[in-house]
Structure formats: C-alpha cells, structure tokens
Design a protein around this ligand. Structure first.
Ligand SMILES: C[S@@+](CC[C@H](N)C(=O)[O-])C[C@H]1O[C@@H](n2cnc3c(N)ncnc32)[C@H](O)[C@@H]1O
Length: 174
C-alpha cells in the first residue's frame, strides 16, 4: 500500500495492522525517524536515491525524500490523507499523475479530502471539490461526508470559517 507524504502518522500502523504491506514516502527525515522511534519499531537504513527506512519485524517501509522522485513497484493499494490536500492547485495534477503511475490499473484507493469555503480562508489543507477529485482519479466515489469543523485548523476558525467537511473517497472496483 502506497502512502504518499505520510509524515509520522499513526495511520501507517493502523494500515499495517490490517494486513497491508505499507510503503510511505516522506520528505522530512525528522518525521521518518520519529515515526520509528516513537513507536519503538526497530529499523534498518538502506541507501538509495531516496533513503529507505525498513522495519525489521513489520511490513513497514518509509522512503525519505521528494515524492516526485520516488519510483517503485506497481502498488495495488493507495492511502491518501493530508497529501492531495497539502498540494497547491498547480501541483495537484502532477501529484495525482505521478501517484497513478505508481499504481496498478485497478488499485484499491482510500482518499480523504476536505471541503470548505475557500473564500473565507485559504489552504493548506486545500478544499477539493468532487469534480476535481474525480478528474484526478475517475474511479473515486464519495463514500462518506463528515462534519469535521471542530478539527479545522485554528487559523481557519479564527478567519471565521463555520463549516468544514472531511470527505472519504473509495475507488470503484472494476
Ligand atoms: C499535511 S502533512 C500530512 C502528513 C500525513 N499524511 C498525515 O495525514 O498526518 C504533509 C506531509 O507531506 C510532506 N511533504 C511535503 N512535500 C513533500 C514531497 N514533495 N515529498 C515528500 N513529502 C512531502 C511534509 O513533510 C509533511 O510531513
């Protein structure tokens, strides 16, 4: 399972505990090392174009470097939270295309976006509407839509934002 721009999210553990072989890609070495150390996971470092941090006893690998330089196998699953929404509008098509190039044609996808009025405040995280989400990944279908205003970034609430929704997308199986 490919997890772009993973940071040190505990979602990596959750995904691996459910039987996925998880591969994250993250720019910040501090975040990568913190992920393993804070979770007491032993790892080895393998040099390459992107430095590879591989857990010794678990199916968890993090590559440290620029995601746009990451080349890997064809992943058959993709988890995206805090990644598409972190990219400014002009980079999102490139980001989505690069991600698609790393996935099998019928890969499972779980993508989490946010929707809010960008007239009130500006991202990141950026608001992604349904047309844009399905333009990047046409097999995505809206699975859930949850009021997450209480967890909106404080700068959004201070700017007067009254509603923010988290949207969960799943790819249709072919
Ligand atoms: C908003 S955080 C989200 C982290 C994680 N997905 C989560 O949900 O908590 C975005 C992360 O993307 C990383 N990032 C930004 N640009 C990147 C790039 N070009 N390549 C790899 N990681 C990048 C940042 O260092 C940061 O950790």
């Amino acid at each position: 399972m490919l997890v772009p721009l993973c940071g040190k999210t505990p979602d990596l553990l959750w995904l691996e505990e459910r039987g996925n072989d998880v591969v994250g890609v993250e720019l910040s070495e501090i975040a990568v090392v913190a992920f393993f150390e804070e979770n007491d996971i032993e790892y080895e470092k393998i040099d390459g174009q992107l430095r590879h941090y591989r857990a010794i006893d678990r199916s968890l690998s993090l590559y440290c470097g620029d995601y746009f330089e990451f080349r890997g196998e064809s992943f058959d699953a993709h988890y995206d939270r805090g990644a598409l929404v972190a990219m400014p509008p002009d980079l999102r098509p490139h980001y989505a295309k690069h991600t698609t190039s790393l996935l099998t044609r019928d890969a499972a996808q779980l993508v989490i976006t946010v929707e809010y009025d960008q007239g009130v405040c500006a991202g990141p995280p950026y608001s992604i509407d349904a047309d844009e989400a399905t333009m990047h990944w046409p097999r995505l279908r809206r699975h859930a839509w949850v009021d997450d205003t209480e967890n909106a970034p404080p700068k959004f609430l201070e700017a007067g934002l009254e509603k923010l929704h988290e949207v969960v997308w799943l790819a249709d199986e072919d």
